[in-house]
Design a protein around this ligand. Structure first.
Ligand code: DX5
Ligand code: ZN
Length: 218
């Protein structure tokens, strides 16, 4: 099954409820929440209060992407704030295995992510223990960047590895995704598609969401 995970980083924060609602009503199953700490990436975004507020209003899956240093310090709080899937970066911690265990001990799904410059084999030993792998298709930190086509090989590698080892993790792609490149990404093996700019741009969130869902259901 394919899922659309609109990244609220590109939403209108003055009208966050309206924008998320337009996504959910038009078929988005997930909402992607980018958390940045100004250390792991050179930008600061949102944290617990936004997740808690959205949780009061929405039942959909909250796909929380942590771009923070030493995420092990905050997993419990992201879990209790209303996250469903908690994804962290392998580059952000010395103890990726421990982070996965903490996420699972909170009864949440664990995702692991790699920056564009990180070899995908760096996460190999964790693949039998995660629920999702997030392949960054731009440098983490900012929305609105250009898709890096070379990252498609990582998606293909993951799909192949999953099949060879009888595993079942989801493969998520994040960054620079548009109507034009979605099919290529799906064909490579990703089934969770993050899109920020392409969903929320031009105040056409409802129509954009519908168009993505059509591509995902093809
Ligand atoms: C970048 C974030 C992405 C980003 C996606 O660090 O992880 O989720 O907001 O935005 P677009 O779709 O605009 O590249
Ligand atoms: Zn993200």
């Amino acid at each position: 099954m394919n899922y659309l995970s609109p990244s609220i980083l590109a939403a209108d924060f003055l009208n966050l409820e309206r924008d998320v609602s337009a996504c959910v009503k038009n078929g988005a199953q997930y909402i992607h929440i980018d958390v940045m700490d100004g250390l792991f990436v050179p930008n600061i975004s949102v944290g617990f209060p936004i997740i808690k507020s959205l949780r009061q209003r929405f039942d959909c899956v909250f796909d929380v992407h942590l771009m923070i240093s030493r995420p092990e310090r905050y997993i419990e709080r992201f879990a209790s704030s209303g996250s469903d899937i908690i994804t962290f970066h392998v580059e952000s911690t010395d103890n990726a295995g421990d982070v996965i265990d903490i996420i699972h001990s909170c009864s949440k799904k664990a995702g692991i992510s790699v920056k564009p410059g990180t070899d995908i084999t760096k996460i190999e030993k964790h693949l039998n223990n995660v629920d999702m792998v997030l392949v960054m298709t731009v440098e983490p930190g900012f929305g609105g960047q250009k898709f890096m086509p070379d990252m498609v090989d990582k998606i293909k590698w993951l799909k192949n590895y999953r099949q060879q080892h009888g595993l079942a993790f989801d493969i998520e792609a994040d960054g620079g995704i548009t109507f034009e490149n979605t099919e290529l990404i799906l064909n490579a093996g990703a089934n969770v598609i993050v899109a920020g700019t392409a969903v929320f741009e031009k105040g056409m969130t409802a129509d954009n969401t519908k168009s993505f869902i059509k591509i995902l259901n093809r």
